[in-house]
Design a binder for this molecule. Structure first.
Ligand SMILES: CC(C)(COP(=O)(O)OP(=O)(O)OC[C@H]1O[C@@H](n2cnc3c(N)ncnc32)[C@H](O)[C@@H]1OP(=O)(O)O)[C@@H](O)C(=O)NCCC(=O)NCCS
Length: 197
């Protein structure tokens, strides 16, 4: 039996990518061909956004922890990553949700990220590692900025994690100073970059 690989990462559909597949063609000694294809990336069409609900609190707590653990590790110490959540619990996020400006992003019906804001500030933006790099952070940031602008005129500020400074710069924010995260509950100090739009 010979194994012919190709095309790997064949891309079908339009922009944004619809489906990415990996195909292997198995050829037996009698010439019989069997194709094995597996889906490597799902459609981006099934992405939606909705206001966070009280029952999302535990999910949002989990997204924050997984996002930090998976995406911020290069910019912070192991101690900082492990203690990032401090004394926060899902109840802490339920109180934030009750303020009415948190939005969750769903992919295929499953929450994979969220953004939160208060007037004048985007306060939180986290994407699960497996959903990063697909443009969802950008779309959530746009929503967060719109939420921060409600009832507020003037610059929009945020406290960027060091790993995300380039992401915000790419979307028009400029760095105006350094400090420590001010929205947490306990935990080790987390260095951040103060940014403004
Ligand atoms: C930062 C974060 C929200 C970005 O979300 P994402 O969904 O991966 O980003 P997107 O796919 O929407 O990227 C949009 C653009 O920003 C760029 N970008 C994404 N992350 C970047 C980074 N860390 N530095 C520089 N550019 C970045 C992308 O390359 C893309 O560029 P393009 O316009 O050329 O295509 C996500 O990586 C994350 O949750 N990180 C961990 C948690 C965190 O630090 N959150 C910020 C708290 S303040």
């Amino acid at each position: 039996m010979t194994c012919v690989v190709g095309p790997r990462f064949a891309r079908t559909g339009s922009n944004p990518p619809v489906l990415v597949v990996d195909c292997i063609l198995l050829v037996s000694q009698t010439g019989q061909k069997t194709a094995c294809c597996s889906v490597l990336a799902m459609t981006l069409d099934d992405v939606s956004f909705r206001p966070a609900r009280p029952e999302d609190a535990e999910t949002v707590f989990g997204i924050t922890r997984a996002s930090v653990g998976g995406l911020a590790g290069a910019a912070y110490s192991r101690d900082q990553i492990e203690n990032w959540m401090g004394e926060r619990t899902p109840a802490f996020y339920e109180a934030l949700i009750a303020r009415g400006r948190m939005t969750v992003c769903l992919r295929d019906g499953v929450a994979v990220g969220f953004v939160d804001a208060i007037p004048g500030e985007v306060t939180r933006l986290f994407i699960l590692p497996e959903a990063a790099g697909l443009g969802l952070g950008r779309r959530l940031l746009e929503i967060g900025i719109a939420q921060a602008r409600l009832g507020h005129s003037g610059p929009i500020k945020l406290e960027a994690t060091i790993n995300a400074e380039g992401f915000y710069q790419r979307h028009g924010f400029r760095s105006v100073g350094r400090g420590y995260f001010s929205h947490g509950v306990g935990g080790v100090p987390i260095e951040i970059v103060h940014m403004q739009l």
